[in-house]
Design a protein around this ligand. Structure first.
Ligand code: PEP
Ligand code: MN
Length: 269
């Protein structure tokens, strides 16, 4: 993962979507990934996909297997949610990104996803990292909530060492001492630090990073100003009714407005 490994050059992660190849990397336009925390039903995922596509997103996110803190919270619809993501992909041309929690589901997820997400809670699940490294789909590796930069880069190294060079790093907030006003502390300093240390593309998730939709626009703009290559943003057609992460989800209108603001400030979207 070291930048020196590529003699100082950034790497690119090229992903094929039905609408064409999308490239993540330092010298490429910002890639926006948007969608609900969880795939809840057909209507909501298709509507969200159409709306975020119209606003300029290139990938649809949506959880089928959800890593919830409480076992009594909604756990995701599993395989049937993957089928719904496939319908949304076909309807819109968006690429699909969804999380793998268990290596037993990896094969089926890889059939449906254009990018496979490893979540914060599994960042140091080394056996899972080896397995996502041994399959061919690009990997979106979120930072563990108490992981150092070194821990995170070593987690990426597991995937690279297993033979998969298509890894995108995503900062999603770390645990600090204030949980009252923000869910996590979004570590934007990770962007320039990673830029020095690694050739891999860098994404920011301001939704999990702050926990509140009203803080997502300013953190998105700050992330772009700091040089990120990609944003992952949670969007739900009715955040108040969301089965997970409603408070941090933008409405489709809020997302559209944000995309217009982002286009003004930097890397073309
Ligand atoms: C998610 O993207 O919905 C998610 C669970 O993220 P994280 O692993 O960053 O908490
Ligand atoms: Mn979420």
């Amino acid at each position: 993962a070291s930048r020196q490994f590529r003699h100082g050059e950034a790497s690119e992660v090229k992903v094929n979507t039905p609408a064409g190849t999308v490239v993540f990397g330092e010298h490429h336009p910002l890639v926006v990934i948007a969608g609900p925390c969880s795939v809840e039903n057909e209507e909501m995922i298709i509507e969200t996909a159409q709306r975020v596509k119209a606003s300029g997103a290139k990938f649809l996110r949506g959880g089928a297997y959800k890593p919830r803190t409480s076992p009594y919270s909604f756990q995701g619809h599993g395989e049937s949610a993957l089928e719904l993501l496939a319908k949304a992909r076909e309807a819109t041309g968006l690429g699909i990104i969804t999380e793998v929690m268990d290596a037993a589901d990896l094969e089926i997820i890889a059939e449906f996803a254009d990018i496979i997400q490893v979540g914060a809670r599994n960042m140091q699940n080394f056996s899972l990292l080896k397995k996502v490294g041994a399959q061919g789909k690009p990997v979106f590796l979120k930072r563990g909530m108490a992981a150092t930069i070194e821990d995170w880069l070593m987690a990426a190294e597991y995937i690279l060492a297993a033979g998969n060079s298509n890894v995108i790093l995503c900062e999603r907030g770390i645990r600090t001492f204030d949980r009252q006003y923000t869910r996590n502390t979004l570590d934007l300093s990770a962007i320039p630090v990673l830029r020095d240390l690694t050739h891999l593309p860098i994404a920011i998730d301001p939704s999990h990073g702050t926990g509140w939709s009203n803080y997502v626009p300013s953190m998105s703009m700050a992330a772009i100003a700091a040089g990120c290559d990609s944003l992952m943003i949670e969007v739900h057609p009715n955040p108040k009714k969301a089965l997970s992460d409603g408070p941090q989800s933008l409405t489709p209108q809020g997302f559209e407005q944000l995309m217009q603001e982002l286009a003004v400030i930097g890397k073309a979207v």
